[in-house]
Write a protein that binds this ligand. Structure first.
Ligand SMILES: NC(=O)c1cnc(OC2CCCC2)nc1N
Length: 335
């Protein structure tokens, strides 16, 4: 004879199931149940929480949406500045970058190939997520790199951002940095819906992502097809792996999405091969990119190289030739 679970036990069981389905669907891109089954679980959880409000916790999947609209965004001071990337446009710029890296180390290396972590440069908005004891406590825009807007209510609505880190071993304080973007398909569907409802349409996915994150009413943000892909960390208290790739793989284990195109290469030739390969596949990607990003993989080397005034000496963006579309010129910078 099976005992009927208490509301508290049933609520916890539903949360665990829904969080697992969300992780598979939004982060692993492997849906595990039909939508109807997911909706049934979600509606049962909402009903049980409505009947037992004292059981509601901030990381419950039902708590992604719903606060009252803000009158203005608060501001956030970035303890670790969110700096932007230097650019390479020609192959020679990459050769110069690699030489500066090798010569800039405490013990310069000449023949040795530097290991670089490669990834696409997503064309969205840089965002900082703060996790304390595994709970998402704050979301912020890059702003001017030192001060950004507090968009916590809006980032909580982005389905592939975990409200609580999965697994274990994460640092007690962990600031995750990454890009909020819209896929090409999500962008087209949003503009179609905007045209049908007389809403404003967007010039490109980047503007659409910026406009969707800029909403003071998070209920609007919740209905926008936004995704988050992390690419690094800011502030942390605790232990982290010693390489860029190691950190990203740890972030994936904690439930965050990282780029499927992530690759570790050896030397600047490996970077140029990655750039050519991604350039050939750019039109087939489901999201817009405006280049690729190369980072020195060894974190000790990153520390030795440090930052120039506003850019790291250990990372560079190798941009694709800009398309002449008017939209590139109209692109509004969201600070
Ligand atoms: N748009 C991107 O996809 C992207 C942007 N920035 C970075 O890293 C920068 C951040 C500050 C130092 C390195 N990585 C990226 N992938």
């Amino acid at each position: 004879m099976t005992l009927t679970p208490s509301p508290a036990e049933r609520v916890q069981a539903l949360r665990d199931q829904i969080n697992e389905h969300n992780h598979r669907y939004y982060v692993l891109d492997e849906p595990s149940v039909p939508d109807a089954e997911y909706d049934r679980l979600f509606n049962e959880l909402k009903r049980l929480e409505a009947e037992n409000p004292d059981l509601i916790l901030p990381d419950s999947p039902t708590q992604r949406v719903g606060g009252a609209p803000l009158s203005a965004f608060g501001t956030v001071a970035h303890d670790v500045p969110m700096l932007s990337l230097g650019n390479a446009f020609e192959e020679q710029d990459m050769l110069d970058f690699d030489r500066r890296v090798r010569e800039g180390l405490d013990s310069p290396v000449d023949a040795e190939q530097i290991e670089y972590c490669c990834e696409p440069k997503l064309d969205g908005l840089a965002v900082s997520l703060l996790y304390e004891d595994g709970l998402l406590t704050r979301g912020a825009t890059r702003g001017d790199g030192t001060t950004g807007e507090d968009i916590t209510a809006n980032v909580r609505t982005i389905r592939n951002i975990p409200l609580r880190l999965r697994g274990e071993g994460w640092p007690r304080v962990l600031e995750v940095r990454g890009e909020v973007y819209m896929t090409k398909a999500g962008f087209e569907q949003l503009n179609e819906r905007q045209r049908e409802t007389g809403g404003k349409t967007f010039a490109n996915p980047r503007n659409a992502a910026a406009g969707s994150l800029r909403q003071l009413d998070s209920n609007i943000t919740a209905n926008r097809p936004l995704e988050f892909c992390c690419y690094g960390i800011g502030r942390f208290e605790g232990e982290l792996p010693r390489t860029q790739v190691g950190i990203l793989e740890a972030l994936r284990g904690w439930g965050l999405m990282i780029s499927r195109e992530l690759k570790l290469v050896s030397g600047v030739e490996g970077c140029l091969e990655y750039y050519r390969d991604l350039g050939e596949r750019r039109a087939d990607l489901t999201y817009e990119i405006d280049g690729v990003v190369f980072k020195v993989n060894d974190l000790g080397y990153q520390r030795e190289l440090g930052f120039r005034s506003r850019e790291p000496r250990w990372a560079i963006a190798h941009k694709f030739p800009a398309s002449e579309e008017l939209t590139e010129l109209l692109d509004v910078e969201f600070q």
